[in-house]
Design a protein around this ligand. Structure first.
Ligand SMILES: NC(=O)c1ccc[n+]([C@@H]2O[C@H](COP(=O)([O-])OP(=O)(O)OC[C@H]3O[C@@H](n4cnc5c(N)ncnc54)[C@H](O)[C@@H]3O)[C@@H](O)[C@H]2O)c1
Length: 341
């Protein structure tokens, strides 16, 4: 147990998601203090100062790490930077929360795992936040309690609303492509819900339905995949960047005595509209509206795990496995072959 009552955090990355984490850490996570923020972008630092009252601002990540008052870093930076920034943080004696995925490179994942094992006092957690969503947590508890018998299939999808401005194309050079950026969440869910089975082979395919600019990165805007596990369990995944209705994450878990479904209707709220067009509801526009509660619970879990010296729910090995399977899906997509793991 540490003796400090609040964890002093420095956040790196204040973009699309970093701002949300920063707001939670500054205002909503009970035992956190957002002490410092780091970004190479002046306007992002000005926002942290004016809107959140963060007093200590750094343009360079190394300066953040050199700040002895900082107990932990929150990394919400481009995926291509994660592994090296985690390594540097551990070497500087900081606890680390880092957004998913851990890395786009398996050797880097293993290097981080090894270094973390050599620093057992420091906590490291990767942000597979679906596990902290109350509905996914409830489904997990029901599976573990035996409500659907032995689970044998997870069918899970992560669908984003189409962005005509081509954001996904600009994001493609650092995101790793649709399977490493989106399907990693479903892969992590499948492993978690099925009880951490060993993957044996995968097959993936995909199409470019709208965004031709993805072609030069070997990426697609709609991808489908299957994964077979060692003891006969299976997973099917679908990821899309071209939906008309909004963001939809939904998952079915089939067992020998029943099925659980999470998020089948991606409703924004409990209002149903009945009019001349029929009966319908509005949809969550982005992942954040759907998982706002999960992001808050995830950050609270990490802060509590550090302050109470408990192992976080998610291990680095879980994050390595998600990258390993997602890399195999990308290889299958690009080679059109079954990939053995
Ligand atoms: N868990 C989820 O559901 C989820 C959702 C979206 C994004 N993400 C992950 O979050 C990460 C960030 O995604 P985003 O959409 O916010 O990206 P973004 O491009 O909007 O933001 C990246 C931020 O990193 C900053 N940055 C760049 N280089 C830096 C450096 N060397 N040091 C410090 N800051 C630096 C940028 O200024 C920017 O503020 C990605 O790894 C992504 O996979 C996770």
């Amino acid at each position: 147990m540490t003796t400090i009552s609040r964890l002093r955090i420095g956040i790196a990355g204040l973009g699309r998601l970093g701002r949300r984490h920063a707001e939670n850490l500054a205002r909503r996570v009970p035992r956190a203090e957002l002490l410092a923020a780091c970004s190479p972008v002046e306007a992002e630092l000005a926002w942290a100062k004016q809107d959140l009252g963060v007093a200590t601002l750094y343009g360079d990540y190394h300066d953040l790490l050199a700040d002895a008052r900082v107990d932990a870093v929150f990394l919400v930076t481009p995926t291509s930077l994660h592994a090296e920034q985690i390594v540097q943080a551990l070497q500087a004696g900081k606890h680390v929360f880092c957004e998913k995925p851990l890395s786009l490179d398996l050797a880097d994942c293993r290097r981080v795992e090894e270094l973390a094992a050599a620093h057992p006092r420091l906590k490291v957690m990767i942000g597979y936040g679906r596990r902290f969503d109350p509905s996914y947590r409830d489904a997990y508890d029901k599976v573990r309690a035996g409500m659907i018998g032995k689970p044998f299939l997870v069918r899970s999808q992560n669908l984003d609303m189409n962005d005509p401005s081509g954001f996904f194309v600009r994001f493609a050079p650092t995101s790793g492509g649709i399977f490493l950026d989106c399907t990693v969440h479903d892969i992590d869910l499948a492993r978690w819900l099925l009880g951490d089975p060993e993957p044996v082979r995968v097959f993936a395919t995909g199409v470019i339905a709208l965004h031709e600019g993805l072609r030069e990165f070997g990426d697609v805007d709609n991808g489908v995949a299957t994964c077979e596990f060692a003891d006969g369990q299976m997973a099917c995944f679908y990821a899309s960047r071209t939906m008309a209705h909004g963001h939809e994450t939904s998952t079915e878990i089939f067992g020998t005595h029943g099925r659980l479904t999470v998020g089948q209707n991606p409703r924004l709220n409990r209002v149903d509209i009945a009019d001349a067009h029929g009966v319908r509801n509005e949809c969550t526009p982005t992942f954040y509206e759907r998982f706002e509660e999960a992001f808050l619970r995830e950050a609270t879990h990490f802060v509590d795990a550090v302050l109470d010296d408990r192992a976080p729910l998610l291990t680095l090995h879980d994050a390595t496995e998600a990258t390993r399977i997602a890399l195999a899906l990308r290889e299958s997509l690009q080679t059109r072959r079954v990939i053995e793991l």
